[in-house]
Design a binder for this molecule. Structure first.
Ligand code: M6R
Length: 612
């Protein structure tokens, strides 16, 4: 939510910002703006709506200058409009601020500033920050005024400040919302996320909460809120620029769906050895997992798709490792008053590592003595840094709002952990353990094979393009697959209502809605619950419902139950949600594409939900 960029260097600032902002579009936004310093002072340009509107405007009427800040805004306080878009300026027009987060005490600060004669133009919480700095800078140097202002803010922020009185530097600060510093050749950046600075910065500093930065083209000076200098070591950026580009694909989502064999292989790399039939992790994670193996209870917390991965994790861990697991939506977990202590391990699953509820959940868990393992994709993210141990999924940057490769990488990570713990706890040994290791190592190839049926899946999707209601039903390991299939479809195709259900729950309510034109997608791979699913299919057919069935290849009898059949390679039930994810993603993608939906940036959604 909200994307921030700041640039200090010798290149044209606006060009640099626009490229960076376009790489942050995936975060979700509804307006955009830039501010640049030139010999006339501060020039600001903002537009409501898509970034392209701002780009077109700036092509027609360019703004020149190097020192600059830019922003994509996801509205919280005040409607998405040009006036409310960032950057916001002070009364004199000499200071400009971009902000991600929420200032909780903004109305109290605003009253004080209004009383002192400040004039406000927007309805945002952000505008108070720039007026507050203006007020404080009347009596002290800008850096001190910036820090004094930060001390008065309550809530969360990632901030960037540009002042016409300081033409060589930007100031930045982080508290509860992500902000990084990118270091390039005689240029430096602030950004919300690494994709923004790929190709320009070679290393990155992940700022901590409480960090304040004075940024010049030779790099950052990081300090705390008392002005004390802090050491922050830059980390080399490993992601490739190609990861932030569509590379010929129509959408990032499609590109990322096809990247899954690689994403899964990267999750397994250096952890799974088929030759030795073993699983291992880096020292810290492995010793953490060894500790968990003695633990009495695990609680998985996550949101959205990552929560669905957690539900699959529950089946995996309980079945093979015999560890009791609860799975909670992070937004519920943090408020329901869970009973936690040192015997509990909380596993937080998150692609971005910045989801506000998941972050608050792990903080609460740690305060109550529980230990925390993160399964995370983004290196250096808040959750990765605050957890006691991290298992990175290494899926590469996921740009589309709809999670695809991060999901299957999360499932793969959960499979690795489950099998490791099962072996450690002596629940899975000998031939069976070796078979499961081989099953895990076969996944990238199996996913490649599944992706090869895209044309067949697209043909099935074409039959249902006009339908506006769907159910997705599954059982056991594929109950979460049903939830995920429905989420994928409604998320990228907002014209459609889709609901995922445990197939056994149908008779307890939803079956009343079954009728012609209301297709039901059944997850029916070869599994222990296969016969039960067939009974559920019969029940739907008896009510004239149309069944789209996802089944294992080689199943010659199922076609008679299905209006449409999609086959997936045979696999152990344990791995089936990973394989089944592919047709569900492609089905959603092709329905959304035929309906001309904005697939990569669905309305109202943000990639990383940094406010609760
Ligand atoms: O970054 P996270 O994995 O913590 O994000 C959690 C959810 O916001 C995310 O999975 C969301 O549901 C996806 N857009 C679904 O595709």
């Amino acid at each position: 939510m909200c994307g921030i960029v700041g640039y200090v260097g010798k290149s044209e600032g606006v060009e640099t910002l626009l490229e960076a902002l376009s790489r942050l579009e995936y975060r979700g936004y509804d307006s955009a703006g830039v501010a640049v310093l030139n010999n006339k002072g501060l020039d600001v340009r903002k537009r409501a709506g898509k970034l392209q509107g701002l780009i077109d405007d700036l092509r027609r009427h360019p703004l020149h200058g190097t020192l600059s800040i830019g922003h994509t805004r996801w509205a919280t306080h005040g409607e998405p409009s040009e006036l409310n878009a960032h950057p916001h300026t002070d009364c004199t027009g000499q200071l400009a601020v971009v902000h991600n987060g929420i200032i909780e005490n903004y109305s109290e600060l605003k009253d004080q500033l209004l009383a002192k004669g400040h004039r406000f133009r927007s309805q945002t919480d952000t505008e108070v920050i720039v007026h507050l700095i203006e007020e404080l800078a009347k009596h002290q140097p800008l850096e001190r005024a910036f820090i004094s202002a930060l001390k008065q803010l309550r809530g969360s922020y990632a901030l960037c400040l540009l002042s016409s009185a300081e033409p060589q530097r930007l100031f930045g600060a982080r508290h509860g919302s992500p902000l990084i510093v990118g270091i390039g050749k005689a240029e430096a950046f602030f950004a919300s996320d690494v994709p923004a600075i790929l190709g320009r910065a070679s290393s990155v500093i992940y700022l901590n909460d409480g960090d304040v930065v004075d940024l010049t083209s030779s790099g950052p000076r990081v300090m705390d809120l008392s002005g004390k200098r802090l050491r922050r070591s830059p980390k080399e950026i490993h992601w490739d620029l190609a990861a932030a580009r569509k590379e010929g694909c129509a959408h990032f989502m499609l590109k990322e769906i096809h990247e899954q064999p690689l994403a899964i292989a990267q999750t397994l790399a250096n952890r799974l050895s088929v030759a030795k039939h073993s699983i291992s992790f880096d020292r810290r994670t492995q010793s953490f997992l060894n500790k968990i193996s003695q633990q009495e209870r695990l609680i998985i917390i996550a949101c959205g798709t990552a929560y669905h991965a957690g539900l699959v994790g529950e089946y995996m861990l309980e079945e093979v490792a015999h560890l009791p697991v609860d799975v909670d939506l992070a937004s519920e977990f943090r408020y329901r008053g869970p009973l936690l202590d040192a015997r509990t391990t909380v596993v937080a699953i998150t692609q971005s590592g910045e989801t506000a509820d998941t972050l608050a959940g792990i903080r609460m868990a740690k305060e109550q003595g529980a230990s925390v393992l993160a399964i995370c994709n983004v290196m250096g993210s808040s959750i990765a840094r605050e957890a006691d141990a991290v298992l990175y999924t290494h899926a590469g940057p996921e740009i589309a709002v709809a999670s695809t490769k991060a999901y299957t990488a999360q499932l793969t990570a959960l499979a690795l952990i489950s099998l490791y713990l099962a072996h450690k706890r002596q629940r899975l040994l000998g031939t069976r353990f070796r078979q499961m290791i081989e099953g895990l190592s076969a996944l990238p190839k199996l996913i490649e094979k599944t992706l090869a049926s895209e044309a067949e899946i697209k043909m099935v999707a074409a039959k249902y393009v006009k339908c506006r209601n769907f159910y997705f039903l599954g059982r056991r390991y594929n109950y979460p697959s049903a939830l995920e299939g429905a989420l994928k479809l409604k998320e990228i195709c907002p014209l459609i209502h889709a609901e995922g259900y445990a197939a056994g729950e149908m008779k307890h309510g939803p079956i009343s809605l079954i009728r012609m034109g209301w297709p039901v997608v059944f997850l029916a791979p070869q599994a222990s619950v296969y016969d039960k699913i067939i009974s559920n299919i019969e029940e739907v057919r008896a009510r004239k419902g149309e069944c789209i069935v996802i089944a294992s290849e080689g199943n010659n009898t199922i076609a008679r139950y299905a209006e449409s059949l999609i086959t997936i390679p045979k696999t152990e039930e344990f791995f089936s949600p990973i394989v089944a994810a592919i047709p569900l993603q492609l089905f959603a993608y092709h329905i959304a594409q035929a309906n001309q939906c904005d697939i990569d940036q669905p309305p109202n959604l943000a990639k990383s939900v940094t406010v609760e």
